[in-house]
Design a protein around this ligand. Structure first.
Ligand code: SF4
Length: 359
């Protein structure tokens, strides 16, 4: 059954008109679902009971239901969300002082097969709909009393391979949920044609490019998509993106001991990015996973030395704060461990009875 979350205000007005009620009922519906995160028909009290009944015959309210969750002492909460067809995706709630971020998925699984990534071993099951993407944010907003200010599309999947649904979801997040466009980050491993297409959308969102290696030999080993779009083409597309949008691009670099964290790669990265306007690097020490035991976390000294060398080229580099977050290296770990353990992850007391989606 189709869900109402995922429709624009105009589409909800159309749904109202199709049921022969005034269009403002559609606007009320959008305000309730996106603005107040109403998750059950009973709580949708702005609409007459009779209209709710007729809507419920044709639509479910929302697609995402909490299947399980686990909390870290720093306040990070990882969710496994069930979808209407029983597929499962991951989303992460990340509170920071002064802002609250969520990391969401764009696909069930991922076809990119990056060699260090848990999700990459599963392949792609399917794309998420716009409703399934936006509802991860709405669901987490409903479960927590803090207002979500930042959204990062860095969970399962390659967002630019699900272009239309991701773009619709981003517009819904901006227009209806109230997330500032500059606070929405799309992360890609480098789907060059769609980076160029995104540049033409004229959106002030933030683009993050998962680079992970400064030369084609190593990058093709880590990110097979590099065989199709090698670094020179990727950098050219990134330059076109910054020229058009005037927005800074963040290059993500997962540091793996002895693989891409040596002084040689640091110098190569510095030389590559000093020529790249409006760019900075985020390094993330690899989170060991049973998917690829050959990849190890670097020592703090190696990570520090790497950053010093890259900085010496005038390139801005920061180490991302780790919060039990699905960093690129760890994506898919939550789902895998939960499925292996028959979903025996620790449920949160505060979520008891609050995990249902559409009623
Ligand atoms: S790192 Fe990202 S793009 Fe690569 S396989 Fe994992 S989810 Fe896909």
């Amino acid at each position: 059954m189709e869900t109402l979350v995922g429709h624009t205000i105009e589409e909800m007005e159309g749904i109202a008109k199709a049921l022969e009620v005034p269009a403002f009922r559609g606007r009320q519906l959008a305000a309730a679902l996106y603005g107040r995160q109403v998750r059950t028909w009973d709580a949708l009290t702005d609409l007459p009971r009779e209209l709710r009944g007729r809507l419920a015959e044709q639509y479910a309210l929302a697609p995402c239901h909490v299947r399980s969750s686990s909390a870290a002492p720093d306040g990070t909460v990882k969710y496994l969300l069930s979808l209407p067809d029983d597929e499962v995706i991951e989303s992460v709630f990340l509170p920071y002082p002064g802002r609250t971020s969520v990391c969401i998925s764009s696909q069930v699984g991922c076809p990119m097969a990056c060699s260090f990534c848990a999700t990459g071993t599963e392949g792609l099951a399917r794309n998420l709909s716009a409703g399934e993407i936006v509802d991860q944010v709405v669901q987490m907003q409903a479960l927590h009393s803090e207002r979500i200010t930042h959204v990062v599309l860095m969970g399962m999947g390659e967002p630019l391979l699900n272009y239309d649904s991701v773009l619709k979801a981003i517009r819904l997040l901006n227009n209806e949920v109230g997330i500032a466009m500059r606070h929405i980050t799309v992360s890609t491993v480098g789907v060059v044609p769609n980076i160029l297409k995104l540049a033409e959308e004229d959106l002030q969102l933030t683009l993050a490019v998962s680079l992970h290696a400064p030369n084609d030999t190593l990058r093709s080993e880590l990110v097979p998509l590099n065989n199709k779009y090698p670094i020179a083409r990727l950098m050219e597309a990134c330059r076109a993106y910054t020229d058009k949008t005037k927005r800074r691009i963040t290059f993500e670099y997962v540091l793996m001991s002895g693989v891409n964290d040596t002084e040689k790669e640091a110098h190569e990265l510095g030389r590559l990015l000093r020529a790249q306007p409006l760019s900075s690097v985020n390094v993330i020490p690899y989170n060991s996973t049973d998917v690829a035991p050959r990849y190890k976390r670097p020592t703090p000294e190696a990570a520090r030395r790497f950053q010093q060398i890259v900085t010496s080229y005038g390139v801005t580099i920061t180490q991302r704060q780790e919060r039990g977050h699905r960093i690129a290296a760890a994506c898919g770990q939550l789902k895998r461990s939960a499925l292996r353990a028959g979903s025996s992850m620790r449920p949160l007391p505060m979520l008891t009875g609050a995990s249902s989606g559409a009623g």
